[in-house]
Design a protein around this ligand. Structure first.
Ligand code: DPN
Ligand code: ZN
Length: 310
């Protein structure tokens, strides 16, 4: 009896407009439209086509990529900055974009590398991560998201030469600036054509990383997608952040590794074949992307950002 009364009272409260006005639900993360992400990938492909087939460090296709991403962010009201550095005798560039507002002492950062290898246009590696965080950044503005925390996005140069740009950025920060970054999420290869659904393991990563890993996993669970943890170690741009003690996380759909039959039963695709047969090759074009993997990862990036920065 008492339980029934309590239940009825709870139903009345949740059903009343007064209760809804008093405690508005947090703005839900948007479902990212994969067609928008694909349009950004087409842009990267066009840039490569117009610049000797690549977007590599020190080549004109790289700077054209930086300028194009910057123009989209500037138009959406971001405060952007191009940071240059020298590597292998050529000038490289990072693009940093801050979304106005939020607690400047509490920064959530998303990043990915924008450079390709010189062998090809680098559409899965890493047009996908670059295009996805760009679209998420644009949706922050489009949805009117007003996070409590401050949002920052980074597109790194010269990752393919040894994580050069992201390392340069982290080293350029004072210890105070580093300590303000409470989370760094990295997205490198999120549309592999024979995809796996990997979330960076937090084992051995700074305290606070496990919570990020769990949020990324929860994002895939909400889509009904099983995940595996992977130790990406020093293979992508979160490494410099982790060394600085910043909690890190990320997602990955696989590179030169071979999909096992257990993974093929779980995720579909082809066992005994690489996750990305065009990894670091000239065939890493817009044809080398799984739209399903791209879409799922973009949705998980958005839900994780919304939950982490709210
Ligand atoms: N860092 C990627 C590359 O640019 O070659 C490969 C990679 C990405 C490996 C993510 C592990 C995790
Ligand atoms: Zn690569």
């Amino acid at each position: 009896m008492r339980i029934l009364i309590a239940l009825a009272a709870a139903l009345m409260v949740t059903g009343s407009t007064a209760a809804q006005a008093a405690a508005p639900a947090a703005l839900a993360a948007p479902n990212i439209n994969v067609a928008n992400v694909q349009a950004h990938l087409n842009q990267f492909q066009s840039i490569a086509n117009a610049n000797s087939g690549n977007r590599a460090h020190g080549r004109p296709g790289y700077l054209a990529s930086i300028n194009w991403v910057k123009s989209k962010l500037d138009a959406a009201g971001y405060t952007t900055r191009v940071q240059s550095f020298t590597s292998n005798g050529a000038t490289g560039y990072n693009l940093i974009a801050d979304y106005p507002g939020g607690d400047a002492n509490n920064v959530v950062m998303l990043g990915g590398h924008l450079d390709s290898v010189s062998a090809g246009p680098g559409i899965n590696d890493n047009g996908t991560g670059s295009a996805s965080i760009l679209e998420v950044a644009l949706q922050v503005k489009a949805t009117g998201f007003q996070p409590t925390k401050h949002l920052r996005f980074g597109w790194w140069g010269a990752e393919e030469l040894g994580l050069v740009g992201s390392t340069y950025y982290v080293n350029s920060l004072s210890s105070t600036e580093k300590s303000k970054i409470k989370a760094y999420l990295n997205f490198d290869m999120t549309g592999s054509p024979n995809p796996g659904y990997f979330v960076y393991s937090s084992s051995g990563q700074p305290t606070g990383s496990a919570a990020l890993t769990q949020r990324l996993q929860a994002g895939f669970t909400a889509l009904g997608v099983q995940t595996e943890l992977t130790n990406v170690g020093g293979r992508s741009d979160h490494a410099a952040f982790a060394r600085a003690g910043i909690p890190t996380g990320g997602t990955f759909t696989g590179a030169e590794g071979i999909k096992t039959s257990a993974q093929a039963s779980k995720w579909g695709g082809t066992a005994g074949q690489a996750f990305d047969r065009c990894y670091h090759r000239s065939c890493d074009t817009t044809a080398n992307v799984s739209a399903t993997a791209l879409d799922r990862n973009a949705d998980v990036i958005a839900s994780t950002l919304w939950a982490t920065a709210a």
